[in-house]
Write a protein that binds this ligand. Structure first.
Ligand code: NAP
Length: 430
Protein backbone atom coordinates (compact mmCIF):
# COMPACT_ATOMS: atom_id res chain seq x y z
CA UNK A 1 0.00 0.00 0.00
CA UNK A 2 1.18 3.53 -0.75
CA UNK A 3 -0.32 6.79 0.47
CA UNK A 4 -0.96 9.22 -2.35
CA UNK A 5 -0.28 12.93 -1.99
CA UNK A 6 -1.82 15.63 -4.18
CA UNK A 7 0.22 18.81 -4.18
CA UNK A 8 -1.47 22.13 -4.91
CA UNK A 9 1.15 24.68 -5.95
CA UNK A 10 4.75 24.19 -7.03
CA UNK A 11 6.34 27.56 -6.32
CA UNK A 12 8.87 28.54 -3.63
CA UNK A 13 7.51 26.04 -1.08
CA UNK A 14 5.83 23.45 -3.33
CA UNK A 15 8.96 22.82 -5.43
CA UNK A 16 10.90 22.04 -2.23
CA UNK A 17 8.16 19.71 -1.03
CA UNK A 18 8.51 17.79 -4.31
CA UNK A 19 12.31 17.69 -3.97
CA UNK A 20 12.25 16.46 -0.37
CA UNK A 21 9.57 13.85 -1.11
CA UNK A 22 11.77 12.52 -3.90
CA UNK A 23 15.14 12.73 -2.17
CA UNK A 24 13.96 11.35 1.17
CA UNK A 25 11.46 8.81 -0.14
CA UNK A 26 13.07 5.83 1.62
CA UNK A 27 13.43 7.56 4.98
CA UNK A 28 9.90 8.91 4.81
CA UNK A 29 8.55 5.43 4.00
CA UNK A 30 10.45 3.96 6.95
CA UNK A 31 9.25 6.66 9.32
CA UNK A 32 5.62 6.37 8.23
CA UNK A 33 5.56 2.61 7.70
CA UNK A 34 4.47 2.84 4.09
CA UNK A 35 5.70 4.75 1.01
CA UNK A 36 4.35 8.12 -0.09
CA UNK A 37 3.65 8.74 -3.75
CA UNK A 38 3.05 12.05 -5.48
CA UNK A 39 -0.30 11.63 -7.26
CA UNK A 40 -0.22 14.97 -9.06
CA UNK A 41 0.87 18.61 -8.83
CA UNK A 42 -1.58 21.40 -9.61
CA UNK A 43 -0.14 24.64 -10.94
CA UNK A 44 -1.37 27.71 -12.77
CA UNK A 45 1.08 27.62 -15.72
CA UNK A 46 2.13 24.22 -17.04
CA UNK A 47 5.12 25.50 -19.02
CA UNK A 48 6.78 27.45 -16.21
CA UNK A 49 10.36 26.56 -15.26
CA UNK A 50 10.40 24.84 -11.85
CA UNK A 51 13.15 24.91 -9.21
CA UNK A 52 13.08 21.14 -9.01
CA UNK A 53 12.58 18.15 -11.32
CA UNK A 54 8.89 17.40 -11.51
CA UNK A 55 7.68 14.65 -13.82
CA UNK A 56 5.71 16.71 -16.41
CA UNK A 57 3.11 13.94 -16.47
CA UNK A 58 2.21 14.83 -12.86
CA UNK A 59 1.47 18.49 -13.60
CA UNK A 60 -2.10 19.63 -14.09
CA UNK A 61 -4.04 22.88 -14.12
CA UNK A 62 -7.19 21.08 -12.99
CA UNK A 63 -6.68 21.28 -9.22
CA UNK A 64 -10.32 20.51 -8.45
CA UNK A 65 -10.17 17.19 -10.31
CA UNK A 66 -6.89 16.32 -8.58
CA UNK A 67 -8.11 16.90 -5.02
CA UNK A 68 -11.25 14.84 -5.52
CA UNK A 69 -9.53 11.88 -7.18
CA UNK A 70 -10.47 8.61 -5.44
CA UNK A 71 -6.89 7.43 -5.09
CA UNK A 72 -5.63 10.58 -3.32
CA UNK A 73 -5.21 10.32 0.48
CA UNK A 74 -3.55 13.60 1.50
CA UNK A 75 -3.85 17.04 -0.09
CA UNK A 76 -1.08 19.58 0.45
CA UNK A 77 -2.09 23.17 -0.29
CA UNK A 78 0.79 25.58 -0.99
CA UNK A 79 -0.91 27.95 -3.43
CA UNK A 80 -1.62 30.66 -0.86
CA UNK A 81 -4.32 33.36 -0.68
CA UNK A 82 -8.03 32.87 -0.03
CA UNK A 83 -9.36 31.56 -3.35
CA UNK A 84 -9.09 29.08 -4.96
CA UNK A 85 -7.19 27.66 -1.94
CA UNK A 86 -10.28 27.60 0.32
CA UNK A 87 -12.59 25.95 -2.25
CA UNK A 88 -9.93 23.36 -3.05
CA UNK A 89 -9.33 22.52 0.63
CA UNK A 90 -13.08 22.22 1.22
CA UNK A 91 -13.50 20.02 -1.87
CA UNK A 92 -10.64 17.83 -0.66
CA UNK A 93 -12.11 17.43 2.82
CA UNK A 94 -15.62 16.86 1.52
CA UNK A 95 -14.25 13.97 -0.47
CA UNK A 96 -12.57 12.51 2.61
CA UNK A 97 -8.98 13.73 2.28
CA UNK A 98 -6.85 15.10 5.07
CA UNK A 99 -5.13 18.39 4.40
CA UNK A 100 -1.76 19.99 5.09
CA UNK A 101 -1.52 23.71 4.38
CA UNK A 102 0.95 26.59 4.82
CA UNK A 103 -1.78 29.17 4.22
CA UNK A 104 -1.76 31.72 7.06
CA UNK A 105 -3.93 34.19 5.14
CA UNK A 106 -6.77 31.71 4.78
CA UNK A 107 -6.55 30.35 8.33
CA UNK A 108 -6.53 33.87 9.78
CA UNK A 109 -9.38 35.13 7.63
CA UNK A 110 -11.68 32.13 7.56
CA UNK A 111 -10.23 29.46 9.81
CA UNK A 112 -13.74 28.66 11.09
CA UNK A 113 -14.88 27.32 7.71
CA UNK A 114 -11.77 25.25 7.10
CA UNK A 115 -11.60 23.83 10.64
CA UNK A 116 -15.36 23.21 10.50
CA UNK A 117 -14.97 21.18 7.31
CA UNK A 118 -12.16 19.16 8.89
CA UNK A 119 -14.38 18.37 11.88
CA UNK A 120 -17.49 17.47 9.91
CA UNK A 121 -15.52 15.23 7.55
CA UNK A 122 -13.39 13.71 10.32
CA UNK A 123 -10.32 14.86 8.39
CA UNK A 124 -6.97 16.07 9.63
CA UNK A 125 -5.95 19.70 9.14
CA UNK A 126 -2.26 20.39 9.83
CA UNK A 127 -0.67 23.80 9.31
CA UNK A 128 2.74 23.95 11.00
CA UNK A 129 4.23 25.93 8.09
CA UNK A 130 1.61 28.68 8.30
CA UNK A 131 3.37 30.40 11.22
CA UNK A 132 7.11 31.00 11.39
CA UNK A 133 8.14 28.66 8.55
CA UNK A 134 10.43 25.89 9.76
CA UNK A 135 10.00 26.61 13.48
CA UNK A 136 8.00 23.95 15.32
CA UNK A 137 5.41 26.09 17.06
CA UNK A 138 1.88 25.01 16.19
CA UNK A 139 2.44 21.44 17.35
CA UNK A 140 4.18 22.45 20.60
CA UNK A 141 1.33 24.85 21.37
CA UNK A 142 -1.48 22.49 20.31
CA UNK A 143 0.00 19.26 21.66
CA UNK A 144 3.05 19.57 23.90
CA UNK A 145 1.51 22.42 25.90
CA UNK A 146 -2.06 21.07 25.93
CA UNK A 147 -1.71 20.52 29.69
CA UNK A 148 -0.54 24.03 30.48
CA UNK A 149 -2.06 27.50 30.58
CA UNK A 150 -0.44 29.98 28.21
CA UNK A 151 -0.35 33.55 29.49
CA UNK A 152 1.49 35.28 26.73
CA UNK A 153 3.03 34.76 23.31
CA UNK A 154 5.53 37.35 22.13
CA UNK A 155 6.99 36.79 18.71
CA UNK A 156 9.09 38.05 15.86
CA UNK A 157 7.13 36.31 13.12
CA UNK A 158 8.05 38.32 10.03
CA UNK A 159 11.57 37.95 8.68
CA UNK A 160 11.41 40.89 6.27
CA UNK A 161 10.65 43.46 8.96
CA UNK A 162 13.15 41.91 11.33
CA UNK A 163 15.80 42.20 8.64
CA UNK A 164 14.95 45.87 8.02
CA UNK A 165 14.88 46.81 11.73
CA UNK A 166 18.09 44.87 12.37
CA UNK A 167 19.85 46.79 9.56
CA UNK A 168 18.55 50.08 10.94
CA UNK A 169 19.88 49.11 14.38
CA UNK A 170 23.28 47.84 13.28
CA UNK A 171 24.13 50.44 10.61
CA UNK A 172 22.00 53.47 11.46
CA UNK A 173 20.27 53.21 8.06
CA UNK A 174 16.93 54.87 7.35
CA UNK A 175 13.82 52.74 6.85
CA UNK A 176 13.82 53.28 3.08
CA UNK A 177 17.53 52.41 2.68
CA UNK A 178 17.13 49.26 4.79
CA UNK A 179 14.03 48.28 2.80
CA UNK A 180 15.91 48.76 -0.47
CA UNK A 181 18.70 46.51 0.78
CA UNK A 182 16.19 43.87 1.89
CA UNK A 183 14.60 43.97 -1.58
CA UNK A 184 17.99 43.67 -3.32
CA UNK A 185 18.78 40.58 -1.24
CA UNK A 186 15.38 38.97 -1.83
CA UNK A 187 14.20 39.36 1.78
CA UNK A 188 11.46 41.81 0.76
CA UNK A 189 8.98 41.67 -2.11
CA UNK A 190 8.79 44.39 -4.78
CA UNK A 191 5.50 45.36 -3.08
CA UNK A 192 6.46 45.06 0.60
CA UNK A 193 3.07 46.20 2.00
CA UNK A 194 2.01 42.85 3.52
CA UNK A 195 5.24 42.71 5.50
CA UNK A 196 6.06 46.31 6.43
CA UNK A 197 2.47 47.22 7.31
CA UNK A 198 2.20 44.17 9.58
CA UNK A 199 -0.54 42.26 7.69
CA UNK A 200 1.54 39.07 7.45
CA UNK A 201 2.43 39.18 11.15
CA UNK A 202 -1.20 39.95 12.06
CA UNK A 203 -2.41 36.78 10.29
CA UNK A 204 0.14 34.75 12.24
CA UNK A 205 -0.78 36.50 15.51
CA UNK A 206 -4.44 35.58 14.96
CA UNK A 207 -3.54 31.91 14.45
CA UNK A 208 -1.24 31.84 17.49
CA UNK A 209 -3.73 33.59 19.78
CA UNK A 210 -6.53 31.23 18.77
CA UNK A 211 -4.41 28.20 19.64
CA UNK A 212 -2.86 29.67 22.80
CA UNK A 213 -6.17 30.79 24.29
CA UNK A 214 -8.49 28.12 22.85
CA UNK A 215 -10.71 30.74 21.25
CA UNK A 216 -11.62 31.82 17.76
CA UNK A 217 -9.54 34.73 16.47
CA UNK A 218 -9.43 36.27 13.01
CA UNK A 219 -7.05 38.78 11.45
CA UNK A 220 -9.73 41.46 11.95
CA UNK A 221 -9.36 41.05 15.74
CA UNK A 222 -5.69 42.00 15.61
CA UNK A 223 -4.59 45.58 16.33
CA UNK A 224 -2.00 46.24 13.64
CA UNK A 225 0.69 48.87 13.15
CA UNK A 226 3.59 48.55 10.70
CA UNK A 227 7.17 49.81 10.75
CA UNK A 228 7.12 52.42 7.96
CA UNK A 229 7.10 55.34 10.41
CA UNK A 230 10.16 54.16 12.36
CA UNK A 231 13.01 56.61 11.89
CA UNK A 232 16.76 56.25 12.30
CA UNK A 233 16.39 58.65 15.26
CA UNK A 234 13.88 56.33 16.98
CA UNK A 235 16.29 53.43 16.56
CA UNK A 236 19.26 55.44 17.85
CA UNK A 237 17.29 56.76 20.80
CA UNK A 238 16.18 53.22 21.73
CA UNK A 239 19.76 52.03 21.42
CA UNK A 240 21.05 54.79 23.68
CA UNK A 241 18.63 53.64 26.37
CA UNK A 242 19.57 49.96 26.07
CA UNK A 243 16.62 48.92 23.89
CA UNK A 244 16.15 47.55 20.40
CA UNK A 245 13.07 48.08 18.23
CA UNK A 246 11.36 44.93 16.92
CA UNK A 247 8.05 44.32 15.16
CA UNK A 248 6.27 42.09 17.66
CA UNK A 249 3.19 39.93 17.51
CA UNK A 250 1.79 39.88 21.04
CA UNK A 251 -1.01 37.69 22.31
CA UNK A 252 -1.59 38.29 26.02
CA UNK A 253 -4.20 37.11 28.48
CA UNK A 254 -5.72 39.86 30.65
CA UNK A 255 -4.92 39.84 34.35
CA UNK A 256 -8.35 38.45 35.27
CA UNK A 257 -7.91 35.76 32.60
CA UNK A 258 -11.30 36.48 31.05
CA UNK A 259 -10.10 38.14 27.85
CA UNK A 260 -6.95 38.59 25.84
CA UNK A 261 -5.40 41.08 23.47
CA UNK A 262 -3.81 40.42 20.08
CA UNK A 263 -1.62 43.06 18.54
CA UNK A 264 1.17 43.61 16.07
CA UNK A 265 3.25 46.75 16.37
CA UNK A 266 6.82 47.94 16.69
CA UNK A 267 8.02 47.96 20.28
CA UNK A 268 11.17 48.57 22.26
CA UNK A 269 12.54 45.58 24.10
CA UNK A 270 15.57 45.54 26.40
CA UNK A 271 18.74 44.44 24.62
CA UNK A 272 19.04 41.73 27.28
CA UNK A 273 15.71 40.10 26.29
CA UNK A 274 16.14 36.82 24.35
CA UNK A 275 14.18 38.27 21.40
CA UNK A 276 16.66 41.16 21.11
CA UNK A 277 19.31 38.73 19.86
CA UNK A 278 17.14 37.59 16.95
CA UNK A 279 18.99 39.12 14.02
CA UNK A 280 18.56 39.42 10.25
CA UNK A 281 15.55 37.58 8.81
CA UNK A 282 15.25 35.02 11.61
CA UNK A 283 12.03 34.49 13.55
CA UNK A 284 11.54 33.62 17.19
CA UNK A 285 8.57 33.18 19.44
CA UNK A 286 8.69 33.55 23.21
CA UNK A 287 5.94 31.78 25.15
CA UNK A 288 5.12 32.31 28.82
CA UNK A 289 3.02 29.59 30.42
CA UNK A 290 1.80 28.89 33.93
CA UNK A 291 3.83 25.74 34.58
CA UNK A 292 6.38 25.61 31.77
CA UNK A 293 7.56 29.13 32.49
CA UNK A 294 9.38 30.82 29.63
CA UNK A 295 10.05 28.98 26.36
CA UNK A 296 11.63 30.25 23.18
CA UNK A 297 11.32 28.86 19.65
CA UNK A 298 13.86 30.15 17.15
CA UNK A 299 14.76 29.52 13.50
CA UNK A 300 14.14 30.27 9.84
CA UNK A 301 10.70 31.76 9.45
CA UNK A 302 10.52 31.48 5.67
CA UNK A 303 12.24 30.17 2.55
CA UNK A 304 11.45 27.20 0.35
CA UNK A 305 13.37 24.40 2.08
CA UNK A 306 12.75 25.51 5.70
CA UNK A 307 9.03 25.89 5.07
CA UNK A 308 8.93 22.58 3.19
CA UNK A 309 10.54 20.94 6.24
CA UNK A 310 7.48 21.91 8.30
CA UNK A 311 5.14 20.77 5.51
CA UNK A 312 6.89 17.38 5.30
CA UNK A 313 6.62 16.97 9.08
CA UNK A 314 2.88 17.52 8.76
CA UNK A 315 2.60 15.07 5.86
CA UNK A 316 4.32 12.39 7.97
CA UNK A 317 2.02 13.10 10.93
CA UNK A 318 -1.11 12.91 8.76
CA UNK A 319 0.14 9.73 7.06
CA UNK A 320 0.79 8.08 10.42
CA UNK A 321 -2.70 9.07 11.58
CA UNK A 322 -4.23 7.58 8.43
CA UNK A 323 -2.44 4.29 8.99
CA UNK A 324 -3.50 4.23 12.64
CA UNK A 325 -7.09 5.13 11.77
CA UNK A 326 -6.68 8.13 14.08
CA UNK A 327 -7.01 11.90 13.79
CA UNK A 328 -4.75 14.66 15.03
CA UNK A 329 -6.03 17.44 17.29
CA UNK A 330 -9.05 19.36 16.05
CA UNK A 331 -9.49 23.12 16.46
CA UNK A 332 -9.97 23.97 20.13
CA UNK A 333 -12.17 27.01 20.83
CA UNK A 334 -13.95 25.83 23.98
CA UNK A 335 -12.66 28.70 26.17
CA UNK A 336 -14.43 31.23 23.93
CA UNK A 337 -12.60 34.19 25.51
CA UNK A 338 -13.22 37.66 24.13
CA UNK A 339 -10.57 39.76 22.46
CA UNK A 340 -10.41 43.02 24.40
CA UNK A 341 -10.07 46.38 22.64
CA UNK A 342 -6.61 47.89 22.23
CA UNK A 343 -7.48 50.63 24.75
CA UNK A 344 -7.47 48.01 27.52
CA UNK A 345 -3.97 46.82 26.70
CA UNK A 346 -1.60 47.47 29.57
CA UNK A 347 2.05 48.18 28.81
CA UNK A 348 4.78 50.78 29.20
CA UNK A 349 5.52 53.64 26.81
CA UNK A 350 8.47 55.63 25.58
CA UNK A 351 7.41 59.15 24.60
CA UNK A 352 9.58 61.84 22.99
CA UNK A 353 8.34 65.41 23.09
CA UNK A 354 9.64 68.51 21.36
CA UNK A 355 9.12 71.17 24.05
CA UNK A 356 9.73 74.88 24.53
CA UNK A 357 12.81 75.69 26.58
CA UNK A 358 11.00 77.47 29.41
CA UNK A 359 10.91 77.09 33.17
CA UNK A 360 8.04 74.91 34.44
CA UNK A 361 7.77 72.81 31.29
CA UNK A 362 8.57 69.55 33.03
CA UNK A 363 6.01 70.18 35.77
CA UNK A 364 3.24 70.85 33.24
CA UNK A 365 4.11 67.78 31.20
CA UNK A 366 4.26 65.61 34.33
CA UNK A 367 0.91 67.00 35.43
CA UNK A 368 -0.71 65.91 32.15
CA UNK A 369 0.52 62.33 32.67
CA UNK A 370 -0.67 62.39 36.30
CA UNK A 371 -4.16 63.57 35.26
CA UNK A 372 -4.61 60.32 33.32
CA UNK A 373 -3.02 58.21 36.06
CA UNK A 374 -0.01 57.40 33.91
CA UNK A 375 3.01 57.39 36.18
CA UNK A 376 6.42 58.29 34.85
CA UNK A 377 9.38 56.03 35.48
CA UNK A 378 12.18 58.07 33.94
CA UNK A 379 12.61 61.48 32.31
CA UNK A 380 15.54 62.54 30.24
CA UNK A 381 16.19 65.88 28.65
CA UNK A 382 18.02 65.72 25.33
CA UNK A 383 19.49 68.84 23.72
CA UNK A 384 19.14 72.47 24.76
CA UNK A 385 17.35 75.64 23.75
CA UNK A 386 15.12 75.29 20.71
CA UNK A 387 16.24 71.69 20.14
CA UNK A 388 15.24 70.48 23.60
CA UNK A 389 13.44 67.14 23.70
CA UNK A 390 11.92 65.44 26.70
CA UNK A 391 12.10 61.66 26.66
CA UNK A 392 9.79 59.95 29.14
CA UNK A 393 9.32 56.26 29.94
CA UNK A 394 6.14 55.42 31.81
CA UNK A 395 5.19 52.67 34.22
CA UNK A 396 2.46 50.29 33.11
CA UNK A 397 -0.70 52.04 31.90
CA UNK A 398 -3.57 51.32 29.55
CA UNK A 399 -3.39 52.31 25.90
CA UNK A 400 -6.53 54.40 26.45
CA UNK A 401 -4.88 56.38 29.28
CA UNK A 402 -1.78 56.96 27.20
CA UNK A 403 -3.88 58.15 24.22
CA UNK A 404 -5.74 60.60 26.46
CA UNK A 405 -2.42 61.84 27.85
CA UNK A 406 -1.06 62.42 24.34
CA UNK A 407 -4.21 64.30 23.35
CA UNK A 408 -3.77 66.57 26.36
CA UNK A 409 -0.05 67.08 25.66
CA UNK A 410 -0.76 68.12 22.06
CA UNK A 411 -2.98 70.91 23.38
CA UNK A 412 -0.29 72.39 25.63
CA UNK A 413 1.37 75.51 24.18
CA UNK A 414 4.73 74.37 25.54
CA UNK A 415 4.63 71.07 23.54
CA UNK A 416 5.63 71.80 19.97
CA UNK A 417 5.38 68.20 18.82
CA UNK A 418 4.90 64.66 20.05
CA UNK A 419 7.92 63.32 18.19
CA UNK A 420 7.49 59.61 18.81
CA UNK A 421 5.55 57.16 20.94
CA UNK A 422 6.65 53.56 21.27
CA UNK A 423 5.45 50.75 23.47
CA UNK A 424 8.03 49.08 25.70
CA UNK A 425 7.70 45.31 26.04
CA UNK A 426 9.52 42.37 27.49
CA UNK A 427 10.37 43.78 30.90
CA UNK A 428 9.27 41.97 34.03
CA UNK A 429 5.67 40.90 33.73
CA UNK A 430 4.76 43.62 31.23
N1 NAP B 1 7.62 31.39 0.61
C1 NAP B 1 7.80 31.22 1.90
O1 NAP B 1 8.91 31.39 2.43
C2 NAP B 1 6.64 30.81 2.77
C3 NAP B 1 6.85 30.64 4.16
C4 NAP B 1 5.78 30.22 4.96
C5 NAP B 1 4.54 30.01 4.40
N2 NAP B 1 4.37 30.22 3.06
C6 NAP B 1 3.03 29.99 2.51
O2 NAP B 1 3.10 28.96 1.54
C7 NAP B 1 2.15 29.16 0.51
C8 NAP B 1 2.86 29.16 -0.83
O3 NAP B 1 3.82 30.18 -0.88
P1 NAP B 1 4.93 30.24 -2.03
O4 NAP B 1 5.90 31.28 -1.60
O5 NAP B 1 5.40 28.89 -2.38
O6 NAP B 1 4.06 30.83 -3.26
P2 NAP B 1 4.47 30.88 -4.81
O7 NAP B 1 5.94 30.74 -4.97
O8 NAP B 1 3.79 32.09 -5.36
O9 NAP B 1 3.79 29.57 -5.42
C9 NAP B 1 2.41 29.46 -5.61
C10 NAP B 1 2.14 28.25 -6.46
O10 NAP B 1 0.72 28.10 -6.60
C11 NAP B 1 0.41 27.90 -7.97
N3 NAP B 1 -0.93 28.43 -8.23
C12 NAP B 1 -1.33 29.72 -8.16
N4 NAP B 1 -2.64 29.81 -8.46
C13 NAP B 1 -3.05 28.55 -8.72
C14 NAP B 1 -4.29 27.99 -9.11
N5 NAP B 1 -5.36 28.76 -9.27
N6 NAP B 1 -4.36 26.64 -9.29
C15 NAP B 1 -3.28 25.87 -9.14
N7 NAP B 1 -2.07 26.36 -8.75
C16 NAP B 1 -1.97 27.68 -8.57
C17 NAP B 1 1.48 28.61 -8.74
O11 NAP B 1 1.54 28.05 -10.05
P3 NAP B 1 2.63 28.57 -11.13
O12 NAP B 1 3.95 28.07 -10.58
O13 NAP B 1 2.27 27.85 -12.36
O14 NAP B 1 2.51 30.02 -11.17
C18 NAP B 1 2.70 28.33 -7.89
O15 NAP B 1 3.27 27.11 -8.25
C19 NAP B 1 1.45 30.48 0.89
O16 NAP B 1 0.28 30.21 1.61
C20 NAP B 1 2.47 31.17 1.76
O17 NAP B 1 1.87 32.09 2.68
C21 NAP B 1 5.38 30.60 2.25
Amino acid sequence: MTLKVALLGCGVVGSQVVRLMQEQADDLAARIGTPLELAGVAVRRLGRRRDTDVDPALLTTDAEALVTRDDVDIVVEVIGGIEPARSLILAAMNSGKSVVTANKALLAEDGATVHGAARSNNADLYFEAAVAGAIPLIRPLRESMAGDRVHRVLGIVNGTTNYILDKMDSSGASFSDALEEAQALGYAEADPTADVEGFDAAAKAAILAGIAFHSRVTAADVHREGITEITATDVASAKAMGYVIKLLAICARSEDGRSFGVRVHPAMIPRTHPLAGVREAYNAVFVEAESAGQLMFYGAGAGGAPTASAVLGDIVAVARNLLAGARGPAESTYADLVVHPMGETVTRYHVSLDVADKPGVLARVADMFAKQDVSIQTVLQEGHGDDAQLVLVTHRATDAALSATLEGLRELDIVRDVVSVMRVEGEGAS
